[in-house]
Design a protein around this ligand. Structure first.
Ligand code: PLP
Length: 401
């Protein structure tokens, strides 16, 4: 036996930038510091009551045993109805798998598609788990930078520039965590054409589809025609829309053979998603949507406040997020600023300065493979947002340029 304790599959994974900030923030809190956390991407709302009630009933009725690995038929049918009426995509239950969060659905998708030597096009900035999940499969993520001038929206041209015959798939995330970019119909059609023409796959992560600001419209790429639908795995989950992060409920829709392959992986990893959460998911998807709509409207009001507040800070600029609950702020103009004897030279130092001087936590852009920025999550109260902006303003005004 060799003396290598940890597999190379795991050794190649980085620590998540969000985790690093969360650990530091936890340490400050333990020291009794009143820290405002804008780092974690978690809704501050409670799960709507009718969803909780349905889980309670499920428990009372002893719905507490293993279910089919791919999820109960009733839930998979409810997901098909949702996809039909809201997204204009037609699936049957054998094309759906229910997983423990969108994260597991994504992991299953990468595992089902990718082999060592494959490449996956990954538009950045992006949710950090894509990178590591792709690496675990042995495939190589190819970063495709998006451009501020195009509001961080990925285009077919960007993808084309990074294409090689080794590319197996492209990841889309609209609205995007962290940039808030929403890909519009014309761009999406061009991306669909590119995917079909190259005979590759698209993994589309739609977890923020219902959190849209201004009059932005959501379009699922799979709805653009049969050819692209055949090459798409649609990922979604209940965490963000229904404030259900802890319930761990997500799902994927796609061609039957791919879904069956994903089920094979899930069988050996976790079996079915939590049975009680599956019942709750039926209530979430098929029940009244007002609570979800009200939460989305609250995020839009907060966005307005954050967008104006961040842009009024010295050295900070951010685009108006089109969707999601994050603002992605450029802080490169703060590079070189001095605080006492220290000079701030990159975004991680600025984020650390904000932690210690303003007692607020945000995530450095590096965590999303996009240095020069930080991500500010506004899934928190207006009151906290005002306090946070105020603290940042006071801290940045202490800097000398
Ligand atoms: N996809 C994106 C883009 C996310 O931002 C997140 C969570 O932050 C997830 C997936 C994970 O969602 P879930 O809680 O359903 O696993």
């Amino acid at each position: 036996m060799g003396d290598k304790r940890i597999s190379s599959r795991v050794s190649c994974l980085g620590q998540s930038g969000i985790q690093a900030v969360t650990i530091k923030a936890g340490q400050l809190r333990q020291m009794g510091i009143d820290l405002l956390n804008f780092a974690e991407g978690e809704p501050d709302f409670s799960t709507p009551q009718h969803i909780k009630d349905s889980a309670y009933i499920a428990m009372q009725e002893d719905f507490t045993k293993y279910t089919a690995v791919e999820g109960i038929e009733e839930l998979r049918s409810a997901i098909c109805e949702k996809l039909k009426y809201e997204n204009n995509v037609y699936y049957n239950p054998s094309q759906i798998i229910v997983s423990s969060g969108a994260k597991q659905a994504l992991f299953n998708a990468f595992m089902a598609l990718c082999d060592r030597g494959d490449q996956v096009l990954l538009p950045v900035p992006c949710f950090s788990s894509y990178m590591d999940q792709i690496k675990i499969t042995g495939a190589t993520p190819v970063l495709v930078p998006t451009d501020k001038a195009n509001k961080y929206r990925i285009t077919a041209n960007d993808l084309r520039k990074h294409f090689s015959p080794k590319v197996k798939a492209v990841v889309l995330n609209s609205p995007c965590n962290p940039s808030g970019a929403v890909i519009e119909r014309d761009h999406l059609e061009e991306i669909a054409e590119f995917v079909v023409e190259q005979n590759i796959w698209v993994i589309t992560d739609e977890v923020y589809e219902k959190i849209l600001h201004d009059n932005n419209e959501y379009i699922s790429i799979a709805s653009l025609g049969e050819a692209i639908k055949k090459r798409t795995i649609t990922i979604n989950g209940l965490s963000k829309t229904y404030a259900m992060t802890g319930w761990r409920l997500g799902y994927a829709a796609g061609p039957e053979d791919i879904i069956a392959a994903m089920a094979k992986i899930q069988t050996h990893a976790t079996s079915n998603a939590n049975s009680i959460a599956q019942k709750a998911a039926i209530a979430a998807l098929s029940g009244p949507q007002e609570p979800a709509n009200e939460m989305a409207a609250a995020y839009s009001r907060r966005m307005e406040h954050v967008y104006e507040g961040l842009n009024s800070l010295p050295g900070v600029s951010c685009l108006r997020p089109a969707g999601g609950f994050y603002a992605f702020a450029c802080i490169q103009d703060l590079y070189g600023a001095r605080f006492g004897r220290e000079t701030l030279t990159n975004e991680t130092e600025i984020v650390t300065f904000l932690l210690t001087e303003a007692n607020i936590a945000v995530v450095p852009g590096e965590a999303f493979y996009y240095p020069g920025y930080f991500r500010f999550c506004f899934a928190t109260s207006m009151d906290n947002i005002s306090k946070g902006l105020d603290r940042m303003d006071r801290a940045f005004r202490k800097l000398e340029f």
